[in-house]
Ligand binder design. Structure first.
Ligand SMILES: Cc1ncc(COP(=O)(O)O)c(C=O)c1O
Length: 1004
């Protein structure tokens, strides 16, 4: 007969009292009081003994083994040996175990323990604090037990949830839904516990931390009692058993899980394998309660304790059956500080570096996009429109733009009971886990990477996904999934489960309102790192309070879409920005294009505007090594966090940078003065030249631009001759620009270069004398504002000879053309076969950071040391030097000079082909490397500049996502000077668009 088939001890309390008095001195008092306590199979009494102290007298079941009881005493003593735990266990007050004969004359063992005063967990209001304290003590106890072993603990025990397969024999006790629930628990036990059993840690366990064995006060756990179920079992059993009771008493399952498991795990770290089995064990324990209760309640109807938990157990097991088991595991993993999904961080970082294909035939980054909000502030849902009405509202709102519905948006639309959170009935699943892309019905959809069709199903409930495709993918042997919802039915017939799909292959098309779950046509696109327990569908929304878990299960799909982050973050409106700018900033700052661009970010050779649209940057030569370059950024930040000061202190980085920079120059040019802008560099160069030559007059080339300061406006015909200019100053002398198309002498003249040289010779020889001394000749090695005019080689060489004869200095302005842009050489002057006396640098030098310089010879630099200090607050500061240094490194490491040469030559070749195709529009392709000009003409007359066409072209190409600018004295030259990371593909794109523009123009 087992313990459960024989009745508990039958006791007459008066008789017992007498017996106790005569056997134990602690009960030898007149004041003795006795009260019966609940027990399943023993008989326990609370007895007030001497000095008013309370004790628990445990009269064991007659069939209880004495060895077992001795073991329990032993166990309690061991647990009490841990000082931080001692107070929560009763003290053993008997020396030896005595026997008492019950009313049926059965021998029952008697043990006396101190009474732990407090309330039963089962009878109290449970707070977070109490749950946390419960978890903590349970964890500490588990930790203490790991070093305890006793042979009596090794036994089979009916309440052990480790293996409940035996309850299959009792399924006949249940019917209908309840039978299903018990069967399900048996399945869970088999699948999640039995199959994982080898991976679970074992030790002696308490075996029954149920809510009648836990004593508490208002704040915390005061005692663990009843070690009668203690056995050697999976360590995690105690936590599972504790949870199966604590959850029954909780309105918020998640909170209880978090409190109990969190605190347990802080004191005894769970393994992922244990977490895997936890829900199975909780359900197993609940099923045991239900089976035992069904079995026992007929036999011992008077013992309420036996069925005490039944109602609550049904309720809880039912609730837990609504929770996806893998989701539960993810939640617990998260509570315990593991990634909610194994390897999720690894997969996410692999995905971040993967090159995905486009979802549609259009490139999402090439179109204007608008954010479609469905949150509580959504204007589209304002008056609670029906889904049909929403359809037309969204359509109107988008106005042919592509709509983007946000990941992690808290949405107002998920109202039915279906969206109530399974772990907390007061919360809903209303956080969107995918990205929606609102795009026309029937738009074909393509796989962004290789995969296999794993779900192909019509989830055709109203507001569900409608036809849905889920693909399974592998990346470095790690599995993940992508989901495509709201499709048309075509995918269901055209594909098969298990079908392999290649990147770019058709996987469906956007469904219309009638078939897609009654939504405006759009794609719900989601990534899943686990399919959880789903087979046909997958949650598209999750709970806000569980977002840290959901983010691991379904990370941001933008990892694949790669839309710029700033598009999602932008709060500013272009028109307002423009108005504000006009009200605050001087009006003579120009804004490019008829339709100004509001840029939010840039990377490499691309800009991204407020519509999340990508623009190919062919203009910004300042972002020389690419926009937002990380190496340059890191160098700036790390130096800025260490030291930023002026050149009056010593620091190493200025030397490191100077040495590296000077290596790019001919040996003779070996001294640097650092400044902040190109204008400052030219102004300082002028000062140095004047000081060195003691002369005042300056020679420049027509249409040159050297800077915006007073002195440099004087030296820039591009400015002083133009609107608002004050004309040429007397000390300035202008050489005619050797223009092979519209100059006084053109290519048509056989000796056109010589003619320019001769004219220059006359000007130089005739103009200057002892009273009118020439200080310097400023020249851009390629004239940018002049219209990307490459100066004929012989020309500069000859002019420099003449200048030197005047004891004046040759100053090469490399502000635009330097740092490898011209491809063949690092500096454009090198192509002229001369060594200037001074070179000025700027623009690309800091990739956007204001750093510029004057480089000259030792002799000239020394002459400038004339007693007056050269001080520049910012020039040459450590941060600027670190930035400049990093720019040089990137140019070298990425071989950007070579890239400028290869891509530049390719570009020029392709543009020359266009010139041949459209001789009526293009007269000349000029430039070197990635510093190129396209001279546009009218009526096929090669010298008739076509400013209108140039303006039209840059505006049309802007709308196609390509940024170009115009320059030249007639504003007819398309200027191309992109970041040096520009590629041949970029070149092809530009040429393709220019060509289709010109074909169109030809039609007119
Ligand atoms: C050839 C040349 N020199 C000097 C400058 C002036 O540089 P910054 O604008 O940095 O003062 C420019 C600017 O466009 C330039 O193109």
């Amino acid at each position: 007969m087992s313990l459960f088939d024989e009745q508990p001890p039958l006791i007459d309390s008066k008789v017992l009292l007498q017996w106790l008095k005569s056997n134990y001195s602690i009960f030898n008092t007149k004041d003795i009081k006795i009260k019966s306590l609940n027990s399943e199979r023993d008989k326990n009494f609370l007895i007030k003994g001497v000095r008013g102290k309370y004790y628990v007298v445990k009269i064991s079941h007659p069939s209880e083994s004495i060895k077992q009881l001795t073991y329990q005493d032993h166990l309690i003593k061991y647990l009490r040996s841990n000082l931080s735990l001692a107070k929560i266990y009763p003290k053993i007050c008997h020396k030896n175990i005595l026997f008492y004969n019950d009313l049926n004359q059965r021998k029952c063992a008697v043990r006396i323990l101190t009474f732990i005063d407090g309330q039963m967990y089962a009878k109290s209001k449970i707070t977070d604090e109490i749950e946390i304290s419960f978890g903590k003590f349970l964890g500490l106890q588990t930790n203490q037990l790991k070093n305890f072993i006793h042979k009596e603990s090794i036994r089979n025990f009916i309440w052990n949830p480790e293996n409940i397969q035996w309850i299959n024999d009792y399924l006949y006790l249940f019917k209908g839904e309840r039978k299903k629930i018990i069967k399900n628990a048996i399945f869970y036990n088999k699948y999640f516990v039995q199959k994982n059993i080898k991976n679970l840690r074992y030790s002696v366990t308490h075996g029954d931390p149920n809510d009648y064995n836990i004593v508490i006060d208002e704040k915390s756990v005061k005692g663990f009692i009843d070690f009668g179920d203690s056995l050697y079992a999976p360590v995690i059993n105690d936590l599972a058993i504790a949870l199966s009771y604590a959850l029954m008493r909780s309105d918020n399952l998640y909170k209880t899980l978090q409190n109990l498991i969190g605190a347990f795990n802080n004191n005894y770290s769970l393994s992922t394998e244990e977490i895997y089995s936890l829900l199975g064990l909780i359900k197993s324990r609940l099923a045991l309660t239900l089976v035992m209760s069904a079995k026992q309640k007929f036999k011992y109807p008077e013992n309420d304790y036996l069925s005490i938990s039944e109602k609550n157990a049904w309720h809880l097991i039912n609730q837990l059956d609504q929770v996806d088991p893998y989701f539960f595991i993810a939640v617990v993993r998260n509570i315990c500080g593991f990634e909610a999904i194994k390897n999720s961080n690894k997969i996410i970082s692999l995905l971040k570096n993967y090159k995905f294909g486009e979802l549609f035939d259009i490139e999402l980054s090439n179109v204007n996009k608008k954010i479609v909000n469905f949150d509580k502030k959504s204007l589209l849902l304002k008056s609670n429109p029906s889904n049909k009405k929403l359809n037309s509202l969204v359509d109107k709102f988008l106005d042919n733009n592509v709509g983007i519905g946000l990941y992690k948006e808290k949405r107002k639309v998920y109202k039915s009971d279906h969206y109530i959170s399974s772990l907390n009935k007061l919360e809903r699943r209303d956080i969107h886990l995918g990205i929606d892309i609102f795009i026309s019905k029937n738009t074909p959809l393509r796989a962004p990477l290789d995969g296999k069709v794993i779900i192909l199903y019509n989830n055709n409930f109203k507001y569900d996904y409608g036809p849905t495709v889920v693909l399974e993918h592998y990346i470095n042997k790690l599995k993940f999934y992508t989901l495509y919802g709201h499709l048309s039915k075509k995918c269901l017939t055209k594909m098969k489960i298990g079908q392999k799909i290649k990147k770019g292959e058709w996987i469906g098309e956007i469904g219309g309102y009638e078939v897609n779950g009654n939504w405006p046509p759009h794609l719900h696109f989601q990534i899943m790192l686990s399919l959880l327990n789903e087979t046909n569908n997958f949650p598209g929304v999750g709970e806000e309070y569980l977002l840290p878990v959901w983010q691991h299960i379904s990370p941001d799909p933008n990892i694949i879409l790669n839309l710029p982050k700033t598009f999602f973050e932008n709060k500013y409106n272009k028109e307002k920005i423009l108005l504000k700018r006009k009200s605050n900033i001087g009006k003579n700052l120009s804004i490019s294009y008829e339709e100004p661009l509001h840029m939010l970010e840039a990377r490499d050779q691309y800009f991204f505007d407020e519509n999340g649209r990508k623009y190919l940057d062919c203009v910004n030569n300042i972002s020389h090594v690419g926009h937002s370059n990380l190496e340059v950024h890191d160098a700036l930040v790390s130096q800025n966090l260490k030291l930023n000061t002026n050149t009056r202190y010593l620091y190493q980085i200025i030397n490191e940078y100077s040495e590296k920079l000077l290596k790019t120059f001919p040996k003779k040019l070996n001294k640097i003065f650092f400044v902040c802008t190109g204008s400052e560099a030219n102004d300082l160069a002028l000062r140095i030249a004047k000081n060195y030559t003691k002369a005042n007059h300056v020679l420049v080339i027509d249409n040159a631009y050297h800077g915006h300061t007073n002195s440099l406006i004087d030296l820039s015909p591009y400015k002083f001759k133009g609107k608002g200019g004050e004309g040429k100053k007397k000390y300035v002398h202008v050489l005619r620009m050797p223009d092979e198309i519209r100059g006084k002498w053109t290519k048509k003249n056989s000796k056109w270069i010589e003619s320019y040289i001769d004219e220059a010779k006359k000007l130089i020889n005739n103009n200057f004398n002892k009273k009118k001394l020439l200080s310097s000749f400023f020249f851009e090695s390629i004239l940018g504002c002049g219209g990307q005019v490459v100066l004929p080689k012989k020309y500069i060489k000859e002019i420099c000879k003449l200048i030197r004869k005047q004891n004046a200095l040759c100053i090469a302005d490399e502000v635009q053309t330097g740092f490898g842009r011209v491809g063949e050489k690092f500096w454009a002057f090198e192509e002229q076969g001369i060594i200037p006396d001074i070179v000025t640098l700027g623009k690309p030098m800091g990739n956007g950071h204001p750093i510029a310089a004057v480089v000259t010879t030792e002799k000239i630099a020394d002459s400038f040391n004339n007693g007056m200090e050269y001080f520049n607050s910012f020039g040459g500061n450590p941060v600027s030097c670190a930035v400049g240094n990093a720019v040089l490194d990137v140019i070298e490491n990425k071989n950007l000079q070579q890239n400028a040469k290869i891509v530049g030559n390719y570009f020029i070749k392709k543009l020359n082909k266009l010139k041949q195709e459209f001789p009526n529009f293009i007269s000349k392709i000029s430039g070197r490397g990635l510093f190129i000009g396209i001279d546009l003409i009218s009526d096929g007359e090669w010298d008739k500049p076509n400013r209108k066409l140039a303006t039209k072209l840059i505006n049309k190409l802007r709308n196609k996502g390509i940024l170009l600018s115009i320059d030249g004295p007639f504003n007819n030259v398309i200027k191309i000077k992109p970041p040096l990371v520009f590629t041949k593909e970029n070149t092809n794109q530009v040429c393709l668009e220019i060509r289709s523009f010109l074909i169109n123009e030809n039609k007119k």
